[in-house]
Structure formats: structure tokens, C-alpha cells
Design a protein around this ligand. Structure first.
Ligand code: GRF
Length: 221
């Protein structure tokens, strides 16, 4: 099987990176991680990558005079590793429009809420404060606006009366670790097509290319 080359951008713990590393280690998984790039030298995700024998690089955004210059450096690194797809996995920098354009429909992000609800960095706190009964996670294509972009997959998690942002976050993270490898698999297999905001997932058999639009896994049964 031909494995498509993926670059993963991180800033921190890297548990989603770990889920992708584990998936990529399977023989029948259609992607491999060519490089992990962190903008933080102390990101634990770098240790995870090194342990797995995956190439990793630190590109410290503080050393660049502009967002564009930093993004250019990342782009160069991704090209050097012949990356075809980019996964943002807890990458805490906004990306320039030029970078997003270069990776249009080849770059995905994971966010810990059911978008378009609760964008931003305090999604669990905001979900609890809003009193919603259901939250979850979303994998989506990246667009210039933060946490906006065609949705590939979502997974729902019940919000319990006693939840704190931490307890809710832990259960959502479990779903993230299922959703992200699934979304990357579809992307690497060339099964995703985007029309405006709508993502279609083609069936895997080439003889039967019927489309199943967007996916919700783990419905609350
Ligand atoms: C995850 O909750 C992800 O959805 C968000 O940032 C967090 C990163 O966690 N974008 P980790 O570094 O993958 O553990």
C-alpha cells in the first residue's frame, strides 16, 4: 500500500499526534507521518515523535519577524519532507492566508467542540456555561478564519451535570483520538470532496462510488 506523507503541526502535549502515530504504524493505514513540526521546543509531542522514530523539527515562531515569515519556514520544511497533507494537532498559532491557500483542502484541524458552536480556546468551559447537553469534537478542513471550515467528522459526547471543563475535556479527547485518524484515513485515500461548506465521503469501493455526506460517529445511544 502506498502511504501518503503527512506533516503534523503541534504546540503541546500531542495526544492527538499520538493517535495519528499509532494509526500510521498500522500496515493497512494509508498515511505515514513524514515530519512533526512544533513551534515550542518543550512540547511533549516532540518526545512522542522521537520515541516513535518520526522526524521532528522545532520552528520557533519568536525567531521570525512576521507570521508570514514563520509560515514560509514551516512551508519549506513541509516541502522538504515531501508532505502532501497537513494535520494541525493542538497547534496554537493562527496561520496566514497565504499558508492556508497553499494547503487548501489538504490541511485539517481538530477542535474540541461540535462546530460551529464554541470556537476558540475555552470550548469546554463555554459549553458548560451555555448549559448544552451535548458537546464533542470536530475535524474540519482549515480556512483562514479560526475553527471555521468544511466539517469532515464529528463525535458527540454528553455533558453531565457534574462536569468540569477538565472532566468533559477528558471524554471529548477520547473521541478526538478516534475521529482524527478516521478523518486522515479518508483524506489520504482521496475519498473526501469539498463543495462550499459540504464535505462528501465517498464509499471505499471504486465500483460503488455512492456518497455518504459528513459523518457523525458515536451518536448518543
Ligand atoms: C485538543 O483538544 C484539540 O482538539 C485542540 O487542542 C487540543 C490538543 O491536545 N485543538 P493534544 O496536544 O493533541 O493532546
Amino acid at each position: 500500500m502506498i502511504k501518503r506523507k503527512v506533516g503534523v503541526l503541534i504546540s503541546g502535549n500531542g495526544s492527538n499526534l499520538q493517535a495519528l502515530i499509532d494509526a500510521c504504524q498500522r500496515k493497512d493505514y494509508p498515511a505515514e507521518i513524514a515530519v512533526v513540526i512544533s513551534n515550542k521546543a518543550n512540547a511533549f509531542g516532540l518526545t512522542r515523535a522521537a520515541r516513535a522514530g518520526v522526524a521532528c523539527e522545532v520552528i520557533d515562531h519568536q525567531r521570525y519577524e512576521s507570521r508570514e515569515a514563520f509560515d514560509d519556514a514551516m512551508h519549506e520544511m513541509l516541502e522538504r519532507h515531501k508532505v502532501e497533507f497537513v494535520c494541525l494537532a493542538g497547534f496554537m498559532r493562527l496561520l496566514s492566508a497565504a499558508f492556508v491557500r497553499r494547503w487548501q483542502d489538504r490541511m485539517i484541524n481538530i477542535h474540541p467542540s461540535l462546530l460551529p458552536a464554541f470556537k476558540g480556546i475555552s470550548s469546554h468551559r463555554d459549553a458548560i456555561a451555555a448549559g448544552v447537553r451535548v458537546s464533542g469534537c470536530t475535524v474540519h478542513f482549515v480556512r483562514t478564519e479560526m475553527d471555521v471550515g468544511p466539517i469532515i467528522i464529528q463525535s458527540a459526547v454528553a455533558v453531565l451535570p457534574q462536569d468540569t471543563p477538565e472532566t468533559l475535556g477528558t471524554r471529548v479527547l477520547e473521541q478526538e483520538h478516534i475521529c482524527y485518524p478516521q478523518a486522515l484515513k479518508w483524506l489520504a485515500e482521496g475519498r473526501l470532496s469539498v463543495q462550499g461548506q459540504i464535505v462528501s465521503v465517498k464509499e471505499s469501493t471504486p465500483q460503488n462510488p455512492t456518497k455518504a455526506s459528513g459523518a457523525l460517529i458515536n451518536p448518543l445511544d
